[in-house]
Design a binder for this molecule. Structure first.
Ligand code: SAJ
Length: 433
């Protein structure tokens, strides 16, 4: 056991720091955001994740976890900062197709923050999802500015986080863990560290393979969701209920089509495939196309709504759900927000309700504090996230609270017949009859 600095107190860094602290390590959780450091220091957490508060508070109470704006001397450093894409800079392929580029500034500044505290024998792990060759090509040269040689004087490895938001604590422990060292000694040092709490198999490889593995996992899922979304458009063209078609196709023993929806959001799957496209645009046309399909799904949802409702000008829309997926509070890259903005751009008046982030603010549309607040005077209801709470909506009660004519269920969570029995025109995504 020893002392650990975890840089980045977000969705990955905070649970990781808490787990190490409850498994015998002295941990300093570092974040550059003073508000986050203040909230954590007061014993509260700034993100919603089942079970996280309990583990974090146990770690703080035990005295093994502290939070700070600065790293300090330690045995190991884990970098778990965001790698979003640049919002105001795009690349263009030789065929003229635009692609998004990774914003590596947080990884660079985290590595630079470690630099003054790096000592012989230390271990540095990068967990942030990154384009191939980041550990060798970006992080290693920064750390070697210390005069120490990576792999010889200190250990360096890439170990991707692979946990599913909503199940982070369980998956941190149970998932297999990949450690990609820049040499064998670095992989071994990484394996020893994570063995503190990982019950899954710890697989060692080299750093660039580990980076590719992470990107391949999320890209694979993105492409599979893209084909589900494309099937939904085809089903719409051929007047087929996509949900029925998928459930029948999935009876084939080797077919498992995922769910179509309003698009792909979150900080991972909608971002990571771009790292391949950016690194090798000439080799990534399938990946690129899947991204474009998923990114344009909000417009498809809008077209479905317009087909039933007609001109959206002046229509009052109750939008239920803004998070990027069910039962999480994360709004990053959420397609639901894109759908809401598309509706506004067509002249609709949108009032949105997001139970996990009721205080979120948007320039384009208003937020309600409850389902009923959003429903007031609505002409149509659009369900954009399959939150458990929305599955429990009782159409009789909604009828009493609202004179809305249409209900669009883009995530297939409502029982359509009950809504129809209560006088709503109910439509699931793509269901055209
Ligand atoms: N989605 C669909 N249809 C589906 C499944 C998902 O439209 O059938 C949408 C969701 O609504 C959401 C998006 O895709 O908008 C992504 O959701 P997700 O649950 O598939 O994945 P994430 O982004 O929450 O977490 C993923 C996971 N990766 C894989 O499953 C390969 C997780 O294990 C990673 O650790 C995480 O990315 C990450 O941090 O990279």
């Amino acid at each position: 056991m020893g002392k650990l600095c975890v840089l980045g107190m977000g969705y990955i860094g905070l649970p990781t720091a808490s787990m190490f602290a409850t498994h015998g390590y002295e941990v300093v959780g570092v974040d550059v955001n003073r508000r986050i450091v203040d909230v954590l220091s007061s014993g509260e957490i700034h993100i919603e994740e089942p079970g996280l508060k309990g583990v974090f508070q146990a770690a703080m109470k035990s005295g093994c976890l502290r939070v700070s704006l600065q790293p300090e001397l330690a045995d190991a450093f884990i970098i778990a900062v965001p790698t979003p894409f640049l919002h105001d800079e795009v690349g263009v392929t030789v065929e003229g197709k635009p692609y998004k580029k990774a914003d590596m500034q947080y990884v660079v500044s985290a590595a630079e923050a470690v630099l003054p505290f790096l000592r012989k024998g230390n271990l540095v792990i990068l967990e942030s999802t990154s384009p191939p060759c980041t550990t060798e090509g970006l992080v290693k040269p920064i750390l070697e500015r210390s005069g120490l040689v990576a792999g010889q004087d200190f250990y360096l490895a890439y170990s991707p986080e692979r946990v599913l938001p909503g199940q982070i604590l369980k998956e941190l422990v149970e998932n297999d863990r990949v450690i990609g060292g820049i040499n064998d000694a670095s992989s071994m040092a990484g394996r020893e560290l994570y063995a503190a709490f990982v019950k899954g198999t710890i697989v060692t490889t080299d750093a660039t393979t580990a980076e590719m593995v992470k990107l391949m996992e999320n890209t694979y899922r993105d492409i599979n969701i893209a084909i589900a979304n494309e099937f939904s458009r085809l089903a719409n063209r051929f007047d087929v209920d996509i949900w029925e078609a998928i459930s029948i196709a999935n009876r084939h023993p080797r077919v498992k089509i995922l769910n179509p929806g309003p698009g792909v959001g979150g900080h991972c799957i909608s971002v990571d495939p771009w790292f391949f496209v950016e690194s090798a645009p000439d080799l990534s046309s399938l990946i690129h196309t899947a991204r474009q399909v998923n990114d344009s799904q909000p417009e498809f949802v809008l077209s479905i709504i317009e087909r039933s409702v007609g001109n959206m000008q002046g229509k009052r829309v109750a939008v239920l759900g803004l998070a990027y997926k069910p039962d999480v509070d994360d709004l990053r890259e959420s397609p639901a927000i894109e759908v809401a903005k598309c509706l506004v751009s067509k002249g609709a008046e949108v009032v949105a309700y997001e139970p996990f982030k009721p205080d979120a603010k948007f320039d384009e549309f208003a937020m309600a504090e409850s389902v009923n607040g959003a429903l007031q005077d609505a002409d149509l209801i659009v369900v954009l996230v399959g939150h458990s709470q929305f599955k429990q909506l009782v159409p009789q009660q909604i009828r009493a609270a609202s004179s809305a004519k249409w209900v669009f269920d883009t995530v297939g969570v409502l029982r359509g017949q009950e809504w129809e029995a209560n006088g709503f025109q109910y439509q699931r995504l793509n269901q055209s009859r």
